[in-house]
Every structure is written in structure tokens, then in C-alpha cells.
Write a protein of this length. Sequence first.
Length: 74
Amino acid sequence: MTTQNNQSQFPPLEQITAPNVPTDQAAFYLNRASQTLRKWACLENGPIRPIRINGRLAWKVADLKAVVSGEVAA
């Protein structure tokens, strides 16, 4: 997928009202590959940790906002 397609697919992070987002969406906001976030989850060595919902990774929007704002080092 190209960046332009992702921009139209995912709303700005400030407009997200859900408490969690899936890996692909979180990767877009952090400007990382989805596989990087999966690696962080597996090795437990990333700046933020996901939660698991029915076996799937979900990333807390509050954690994403903290990383994007610079409160947590990426």
C-alpha cells in the first residue's frame, strides 16, 4: 500500500475515539513497519506494549499518542 492510500484509510490520530487500534493502523501512526510492532510484541522490547484481544494484538491509543508526542522514546 502506498502512503497516500494509508492516509485516506486511517484518520488522524487525534480523531481516534476507540481505546485501541490494530497493528497496521498503529504502525502507520508510528511510521514503522507492521512487522516491527509485531517484533516489539514478541520480544517485549519496544517503547510500548500491546494488549491481546482474542489472540490479536491491539495498541492503546494513549500509548501511541505518548510516543508520537515524544513523551516516550521510540
